[in-house]
Design a protein. Structure first.
Length: 95
């Protein structure tokens, strides 16, 4: 499949994700869409960790939608397992 919906703006057109050079500083001054967050027309959605993951996916795999999806599934699985472990520890164990 291809990138869909907002992927075009958040990933394929976002220079913090696909642009040349070192992008870490830009991730902290741009919104989710790669626009300067201080500008009036910025969406003001600040997600530098998400953009860093997108950038890592891009550096590893290029613009391969399957790789971005695989990363999302892996991260969601990891979070689900961690929540399960936390709930089990907080709720006690049933024997």
């Amino acid at each position: 499949g291809n990138f869909t919906y907002d992927d075009t703006f958040a990933i394929t057109n976002n220079q913090d994700v696909v642009g040349p050079g070192w992008k870490l500083p830009g991730m902290f001054v741009h919104d989710f869409w790669g626009q300067d967050i201080s500008k009036a027309d910025s969406h003001k959605s600040y997600r530098p960790l998400t953009i860093a993951w997108f950038r890592l996916d891009f550096l590893l795999w290029g613009l391969q939608p399957w790789a971005f999806r695989l990363t999302n599934v892996a991260l969601h699985t990891l979070c689900s397992v961690l929540i399960f472990i936390l709930a089990r520890e907080l709720g006690g164990r049933y024997e």
